[in-house]
Write a protein that binds this ligand. Structure first.
Ligand code: NA7
Length: 538
């Protein structure tokens, strides 16, 4: 080994939910572990998405790791949803409690990871000049981590502050400022609602308005918390066998099986007590698969927008003209925000942005919208965005970005043919749904694979290789295609779910829609018991 080279058993890139969870699962296996992150601390997405109003729309009781039962019952939380600082604090606490920080180094970027056939290790080069040689290479780089920065003429000329929500400058004070927000996905909706009361003016630049529901946030009662604590085992069991893993029983009732009056009652109940995800699956089973059922809920939501937004011209600009099939957004008070006099909307389909000028945004009708701050709530080059940004090279010099040029292909969301001993935490074609249990499932598959490889290595005294076969990757691709066939999520080709939000990106299925329960069953069986789909070489 050269002086700058170091040996480690497991090299993990990323210290968010994925990297932390993977380190937790591997910590007692007697392996040396190294985690790097380009950010200055752990937390991933939850370290950098510090924009005002950032919160998770997954309910608090299941937006956490399921593994540490005592921690589940004792760690404090008191609202239905967690704000960004609370999630970050939870991750810091979890890492501290399990002594995971000792593996981590921050402000370090991976420059390349190359499989070395002759020695059966990954050679990982870092921005610090160091090189690591690792038997197992685990990218845990997040699926919503590479920002989508719009290429609008003149953007670099803006003399105010332009900031993407995912890399928010913490010292930016928008009080009494003229603020423009570009984008109205979850991030845009959250920031618009939060800042409107204290900015001088807020201009929402909207290209495709999305359906947004109240999330009915509230303090939780001590009785509710006690109930959750007592029932955690049952809660996780149900969640891990469910379709999307959000902690409630998904309906098996078709929408048109109930009479119209009851239907309205149930929709009202979802509006008044639910949230985006509950709305899609809690009372009816076919909103995401039956276009006619979907149209009924679109109609219901359009009426809510017209009822809530007093100015009909503004309301019209907020009405989506597409099916309700993006990752549903929920945020209390979003539509009410448009009743404020200081909040206006620019419909980008009527008047597209011509350019950004030093003073603000000029739209094609010649209007100049003067701004001090331009918020880019423009989303992400999601799922594989970060994986193909870096230089990852598998067998025979194959680069991951080339292999995935027509779309990412994995086995079980974690294993890639021709990339031996590379295991992606919650990668493309992993389970669709609540991201934390999806990460957990993936971490468990990877841990089984490493454990079995290590056992074999001990028996045979040589390096072990775990690699998905090309056939299993092709088959899993087909399984994902088939599972997505009936899904309206897959029909809408413009959202980050399909890659269609990024010009030039291959559009297609990016997740396994067959359900978290079946994902766990298939992956556990393959990695723990059968090695189905793998070509383990010992
Ligand atoms: P999203 O949901 O991808 O939303 C991005 C928004 O930005 C969306 O409204 C886009 O409009 C808009 N956008 C993107 N580029 C442009 C340009 N060039 N011009 C105008 N508007 C643009 O990202 P979020 O960060 O809000 O949420 C991502 C996920 O994080 C969310 O689903 C939750 O799971 C958490 P478009 O629809 O493309 O017209």
């Amino acid at each position: 080994m050269k002086p700058q080279e170091q040996q480690v058993d497991v090299f993990i890139v990323g210290a968010g939910f994925g990297g932390i969870g993977q380190a937790y699962a591997l910590r007692n296996l007697g392996l040396s572990i190294k985690i790097i992150d380009s950010l200055p601390d752990l937390g991933g997405t939850w370290l950098t998405n510090t924009y005002p109003g950032a919160l998770s729309d997954t309910e608090s009781f299941v937006y956490r790791f399921s593994w540490d039962k005592e921690d589940l019952q004792t760690y404090p939380w008191n609202r239905r949803y967690l704000r960004q600082p609370e999630i970050l604090e939870y991750l810091r606490h979890f890492a501290k409690r399990h002594d995971l920080r000792k593996y981590m180094e921050f402000n370090v970027e991976m420059q390349s990871a190359v499989w070395k056939e002759e020695s059966h290790v990954w050679e990982i080069k870092l921005s610090t000049g160091q090189t690591f040689r690792a038997r197992y290479f685990i990218p845990a780089m997040g699926s919503l981590s590479k920002p989508n920065l719009p290429d609008i003429p003149g953007i670099s000329m803006f003399k105010g502050i332009a900031a993407h929500t995912s890399h928010w400058p913490n010292d930016l004070d928008m009080t009494n400022k003229r603020v423009g927000v570009l984008g109205c996905g979850a991030s845009g909706v959250q920031i618009i609602t939060k800042i409107a009361p204290y900015v001088e003016s807020l201009t929402a630049f909207i290209r495709h308005p999305q359906y947004t529901l109240p999330n009915n946030d509230r303090m939780v009662t001590p009785e509710y918390r006690a109930w959750v604590n007592e029932n955690y085992d049952t809660i996780w069991k149900q969640l891990q066998n469910s379709l999307i893993g959000f902690g409630y029983v998904e309906s098996n009732r078709p929408l048109f099986s109930v009479d119209p009056a009851r239907l309205q009652q149930l929709l009202e109940d979802l509006w008044n007590n639910g949230n985006g995800m509950r709305f899609m699956v809690e009372h009816f089973c076919d909103i995401t698969t039956n276009e006619k059922a979907n149209e009924v809920v679109c109609d219901f939501l359009r009426k809510k927008i017209y009822e809530t937004v007093k100015d009909p011209k503004k309301a019209a600009k907020l009405i989506p003209n597409e099916i309700c099939a993006r990752r549903p957004i929920s945020n209390d008070g979003y539509y009410e925000t448009y009743n404020r006099d200081n909040v206006s909307i620019v419909d980008l389909k009527e008047t597209p942005i011509a350019e950004i000028i030093p003073e603000g945004v000029r739209t094609e009708d010649g209007t100049v919208h003067k701004l001090d701050v331009l918020v880019l709530a423009t989303g992400f080059d999601a799922v594989e965005g970060n994986l193909v940004r870096v230089n990852i090279v598998g067998r025979d010099g194959r680069e991951l970005k080339d292999v995935w040029a027509t779309g990412p292909k994995t086995y079980l969301g974690s294993f890639v043919a021709e990339f031996p001993n590379m295991f992606i935490v919650n990668g493309p074609k992993g389970a669709f749904g609540n991201v934390v249990p999806a990460v957990e499932a993936s971490v468990e598959f990877i841990t089984h694979a490493i454990q079995r490889a290590e056992e074999a290595r001990e028996r045979h005294g040589s390096h072990a290789i775990v690699e998905a076969t090309q056939e299993s990757a092709d088959e899993w691709d087909q399984v994902c295609e088939d599972a997505a066939k009936g899904s309206l999520f897959n029909k809408l080709k413009t959202s980050w779910f399909t890659g269609g939000n990024i010009p030039g990106k291959a559009v297609g299925v990016r997740a396994y829609f067959g359900g978290l329960g079946s994902y766990r069953a298939i992956g556990t069986s393959a990695t723990k018991d059968t090695w189905k789909g793998f070509e383990p070489l010992f």
